[in-house]
Design a protein around this ligand. Structure first.
Ligand code: GLU
Length: 260
């Protein structure tokens, strides 16, 4: 089945925003990008899709606040410092979504999770019930890791894997990882379709690791989870958010992950 046809069967779209995509807008205190996200969510809802966002940025936004208000820079934050930075930044992150989404008459909800919420059956049931209720109301859940309390023992660590866990809750979902690179590269060339993770692909991910929490290695881990479940994922550049509608139209763009 061609990608265009597969996308018609998609019920849930999980959009994951990386820190690098969002930080410049926060530094400029511009909500234009967040309003553009709201527009894409409305467009997806018009197509009958349920939309969930997984958003990074808490630590990055915390850095912006600490720099602006306390003139402090923490270039190499320890885990403890990252936890504190995240609790500074998470409220600004969710505020940015809230204010921008309300301009488009779209409700945004905050959900913070740790690894234990996926391991504990009861927590997982509760998470899914809340998500489903919000989706029935056409509200957009905005999920991040609860970094403030996530120490080594209970943290997932990166939002690429977290977003894959969320996508796996819905068997007919599509996960779009919106990032600062426009595709998965191998030997300097963008790979447009990955049907399975081969040793070559794994090696290319190592070579292409681009820093930050995630990089290509965690994106590939997410891709592997999605492929194993027979679902669809895309890695695409988040700079122009209209990429989402291009992808939904089945564009040969970014990198698609789906089985042949
Ligand atoms: N939860 C982290 C944050 O909000 C991001 C983790 C990641 O980007 O993978 O800053």
């Amino acid at each position: 089945m061609e990608i265009k046809e597969r996308l018609q069967h998609v019920t849930h779209v999980v959009l994951k925003f990386g820190t690098s995509v969002l930080t410049e807008h926060i530094e400029k205190r511009s909500l234009a990008y967040f309003r553009a996200i709201a527009r894409e969510c409305l467009e997806l809802q018009k197509q009958g899709k349920k939309v969930i966002i997984v958003s990074s940025g808490a630590v990055g936004f915390g850095r912006v606040i600490l720099k602006e208000r306390n003139n402090l820079k923490i270039p190499h934050a320890t885990l403890g410092e990252k936890q504190a930075l995240a609790s500074l930044g998470q409220s600004l992150l969710i505020d940015s979504y809230q204010i921008a989404f309300s301009k488009k008459k779209l409700a945004a909800a905050q959900i913070l999770v740790t690894r234990t919420d996926f391991e504990n059956k009861k927590h997982l049931q509760n998470l899914k019930a809340t998500l489903n209720q919000l989706l029935d109301w056409k509200a957009v859940p905005i999920i991040n890791e609860n970094d403030a309390v996530s120490n080594e023992e209970i943290k997932l660590g990166d939002n690429d894997n977290l977003s894959a866990h969320i996508a796996l809750l819905y068997p007919k979902s599509l996960l779009i990882l919106l990032t600062s690179v426009d595709a998965f590269y191998r030997d300097g060339n963008p790979v447009r379709h990955i049907p399975r993770i081969t040793p070559d692909i794994r090696k290319a991910a190592g070579d292409a690791a681009e820093g930050g929490t995630g990089g290509m290695i965690t994106k590939l881990q997410a891709g592997e989870k999605i492929l194993n479940a027979g679902q669809i994922m895309s890695i695409a550049a988040g700079k122009d958010i209209k990429v989402v509608r291009k992808l939904m139209a089945g564009a040969v763009h970014g990198t698609w992950f789906y089985e042949n």
